[in-house]
Design a protein around this ligand. Sequence first.
Ligand code: SAH
Ligand code: DHB
Ligand code: MG
Length: 221
Amino acid sequence: MDQKLFETVDEYINGLLVKEDEALTATETSIRESDIPQISVSANQGKFLHILAKLCNAKKILEVGTLAGYSTIWLARALAHDGHLITLEFDPKHAGVAQKNIDRAGLGSLVEIRIGKALETLSQLEKENAGPFDMIFIDADKSPYTEYFEWALRLSHPGTLIVADNVIREGKVLDPNSSDEMVKGVQRFNEALAKNRKVTATIIQTVGAKEHDGMAIAIVN
Ligand code: SAH
Ligand code: DHB
Ligand code: MG
């Protein structure tokens, strides 16, 4: 693996095509200053999610795993002015930092952060008839990824795009004997995705500023 080269190429791509504005750089600063894990999507991946949301003509987006709102901002910026994004976060500290970042980006009226365990909030969203969502981004804890995917399907319509981050984990998904709970969670998810007849799906490997990983992309049939 040539991580340095991948990082330099990401800088090259970002220099050409992915200009972060003050709201995005301030979000990155807030992560460092609040001692929050630096596990947001990269700038280039954020723009990729933004393009996918535009392709979906997304009016309603659901995100599972907010952290500091970095991916949230990229996604919400693809919404129409009457669009809505609901993002689910377990940690109140992360949610508080995210709320400030989202407000600073001028997206406070489009974005709703729901604090709580995602599995509980997802069931609540169904009861509220909050769906169907046009795009769903799964990026929270990895063990229940398969359950998040099942909920995503229940909250979808034909044509909904479901994206799941971190499904390759530097190739560790190739190890059938892995004892890493995150790896086991995404292995189980990838297998469930492959078996599911309700979606057309693939996985794109990613390298760059972040470690080698992958995003699963599934469209609901
Ligand atoms: N999507 C973000 C990164 C999310 S990191 C970005 O790219 O900018 C994963 C987040 O999921 C963390 O903030 C973590 O606190 C949250 N999380 C972990 N377990 C959770 C759960 N059970 N329910 C909801 N959120 C959870
Ligand atoms: C981790 C989680 C993520 O969502 C990510 O993009 C990278 C790492 C983690 O929990 O290690
Ligand atoms: Mg992630």
